[in-house]
Design a binder for this molecule. Structure first.
Ligand SMILES: [Zn+2]
Length: 131
C-alpha cells in the first residue's frame, strides 16, 4: 500500500482556500482579522468585526456569536499555518516502486488522512481517504 498524491494535492487546495476565505473579510483597510466577543451597555453579547458589529439583531444567539468570535480570521490563519507545517512534515516521497510514502509514517499516514477528514464534506473528498 502506498499513499495517494491526490490526497496531498487535495489538502493543499483546501488549505489555500481556507487562507483565501479568511483573507477576504480582512482585505478592506479598515477591517481587522481579530473578532472579539464583547458586551454592550445592556449586557447583550455582540461580535466586534472591526467596523461592524454582529449582534442579536442578526438572529444569532450568544452561543453562535461566541463560536464566530472564536473562529475569526486570526484563528483561521493560525490553523492554515499549522496545516501547512503538517503537510510539509508529512511530505510524500517516491517509494521507488511507482508509489509514494509519507516521510514520517511510511506507507499509511494517519495524520494526512485525519487532516483530509476536516474536509470530508467537500465534493472532491474520497471515501478511501477516511482514517
Ligand atoms: Zn505522515
Amino acid at each position: 500500500m502506498s499513499m495517494d498524491r491526490d490526497l496531498t494535492d487535495f489538502l493543499w487546495l483546501r488549505v489555500t482556500e481556507d487562507h483565501e476565505t479568511a483573507q477576504r473579510p480582512t482585505d478592506a483597510p479598515w477591517a481587522k482579522p481579530t473578532w472579539a466577543l464583547r458586551r454592550d451597555d445592556d449586557d447583550d453579547a455582540y461580535v466586534d468585526l472591526g467596523t461592524q458589529h454582529l449582534d442579536r439583531e442578526s438572529s444569532l444567539n450568544e452561543d453562535e456569536l461566541t463560536h464566530i468570535a472564536r473562529h475569526d480570521p486570526t484563528r483561521a490563519f493560525a490553523e492554515v499555518e499549522l496545516l501547512k507545517w503538517l503537510l510539509a512534515e508529512h511530505e510524500l516521497r517516491a517509494d521507488g516502486d511507482g508509489g509514494y510514502v509519507c516521510a514520517v509514517d511510511g506507507e499509511d499516514c494517519g495524520t494526512l488522512r485525519r487532516m483530509a477528514a476536516l474536509y470530508a464534506d467537500h465534493e472532491e473528498y474520497r471515501q478511501e481517504w477516511r482514517p
